[in-house]
Design a protein around this ligand. Structure first.
Ligand code: ADP
Ligand code: MG
Length: 262
């Protein structure tokens, strides 16, 4: 099935997802529809357990919808592919590979030669500020550095879409701010389509062109809020009145959901 969606578009069309069967069946997503526009930064927030990770797994092709359509570039997702790069909260680097080898993993699988792979890893390690750490192993790095490698590794495949599931959720707030700035710089530069999950509302508003708010499980779309704060943005915009007003609006939407879930 084709649509007029440009390169990097993600279309979620009436998606439902059930885990398990019979009495143990859990409806995780219920008729979810939204579009992640090409080259836009779309953030998804929602109460814990509402199906945010499930959505990204479906988009990544690591799971299949029970009903509905999950389309990347107008084509139904049928499995994982190099057109989509994933960055998870927990560190998913290969511990037995150096930083450079981790970044070159995708290009190597694509069959690129040594010089080409090297050019790619040089480029993305520089972009995430880790040129001096190419020979290190993951265990020699801090959490923030490991996530920078994970971002470089995802970008090294030149994906159309970056799928990011609470990538900075495990970092201390100072490191998180550094990472947010770094990601904004990278995004400003590469303009990849990004679908980013977070439970941090400040992060959602700082990063997003649009924030999609989900209901409590079974997840549905509750609201879509455009964030029209000009870019480039810096974490200090969290002190601006328009930022605070948006935060209040999103928190109110979420509070209703969390109250209902308890
Ligand atoms: P979120 O990322 O928003 O916290 P998840 O997508 O991880 O939510 O999970 C959505 C719901 O589906 C939760 O209630 C969770 O317990 C359930 N769930 C997730 N993965 C599985 C699984 N593999 N088997 C059964 N239930 C699952
Ligand atoms: Mg999750």
């Amino acid at each position: 099935m084709m649509t007029d969606m440009g390169k990097g578009g993600l279309s979620v069309r009436n998606v439902s997802l059930t885990y398990g069967q019979g009495e143990k069946a859990v409806l995780a997503l219920n008729d979810v529809s939204f579009e992640v526009e090409p080259n836009a930064f779309t953030v998804i927030v929602g109460p814990s357990g509402c199906g945010k990770s499930s959505l990204l797994y479906l988009a990544a092709g690591l799971n299949t919808v029970s009903q509905g359509g999950m389309l990347v570039n107008g084509h139904q997702v049928e499995g994982p592919g190099p057109d989509r790069g994933m960055v998870f909260q927990s560190y998913t680097l290969f511990p037995w590979l150096t930083v450079r080898q981790n970044v070159e993993y995708g290009p190597r699988r694509k069959g690129l030669g040594t010089a080409e792979r090297r050019a790619i890893s040089d480029k993305y390690l520089a972009e995430v500020g880790l040129s001096g750490f190419a020979g290190h192993y993951p265990k020699q790095l801090s959490g923030g550095m490991m996530q920078r490698v994970a971002i470089a590794r995802a970008l090294a495949n030149d994906p159309d879409i970056l799928l990011m599931d609470e990538p900075f959720g495990a970092l201390d707030s100072q490191t998180r701010h550094t990472m947010q700035k770094l990601l904004l710089n990278v995004w400003q530069h590469d303009r990849k389509t990004v679908a980013f999950v977070t439970h941090d509302i400040d992060e959602a508003i700082l990063l997003g062109d649009r924030v999609i708010v989900m209901t409590a499980r079974p997840g549905r779309i509750k609201a879509e809020i455009p964030i029209d704060i000009p870019r480039p943005r810096d974490p200090s915009i969290a002190l601006e009145p328009e930022f605070i007003a948006m935060k209040r609006r999103i928190l109110d939407l979420l509070r209703d959901e969390i109250d209902e879930a308890h």
